[in-house]
Design a protein around this ligand. Structure first.
Ligand code: HEC
Length: 151
């Protein structure tokens, strides 16, 4: 009996693990080498990310020469800003669009107005940028709606 239960648990565990990785396009297992936030800040300026972005709590030159909204990065967000989301926002800007901006100021049709860096940015620069940015995001604590009890 105990052995049967163990067998069933084993099968369930195996199928759960297999379930996580069975989709070849799954992001599961994706990890960049550890980055350096200080270098990340320097890279942010070097690659002129600050032309179109502010970063919460960080003083940077803001000279936006383009017809693009200045998009605020960092701060308190009601949604989780995960490592994966940050990496994807940098290497595939049109995968989804920043919330809270006038459409025409951040995209043309379905294409982001963010510059593509994929042919010039090194992996080290990417992991440094993500480490730098992640330090400036705080996830907003969810506050449930207060309901007054009925009497
Ligand atoms: C020419 C202007 C421009 C430059 C330069 C630029 N971006 Fe952006 N970026 C945008 C715009 C516009 C958006 C909003 C549209 C979108 O989500 O793609 C955006 C979105 C983002 C987002 C997602 C923000 C969110 O809340 O969803 C991140 C992260 C980001 N950029 C990082 C960077 C980094 C890092 C660099 C430098 C390597 C950079 N950007 C350079 C214009 C720019």
């Amino acid at each position: 009996m105990v052995n049967d239960v163990k067998k069933v648990l084993g099968v369930v565990l195996l199928s759960t693990v297999a379930g996580c990785t069975s989709d070849p396009k799954s992001g599961w297992g994706f990890t960049l080498p550890e980055g350096d936030a200080v270098r990340g800040k320097a890279t942010f300026v070097e690659l002129k990310c600050n032309a179109c972005h502010t970063v919460a709590g960080v003083e940077l030159d803001q000279t936006n020469p383009e017809e693009v909204a200045t998009v605020a990065l960092g701060g308190t967000k009601g949604y989780v800003v995960t490592y994966g989301e940050l990496v994807t926002s940098i290497i595939n800007p049109s995968h989804r669009f920043a919330l809270g901006y006038i459409s025409e100021e951040i995209k043309e049709g379905e294409v982001s107005k963010m510059r593509l860096y994929n042919d010039e940015m090194t992996v080290t620069q990417l992991s440094d940028l993500v480490t730098f940015l992640q330090e400036h995001y705080q996830v907003e604590i969810y506050v449930p709606t207060p309901f007054v009890p009925y009497y």
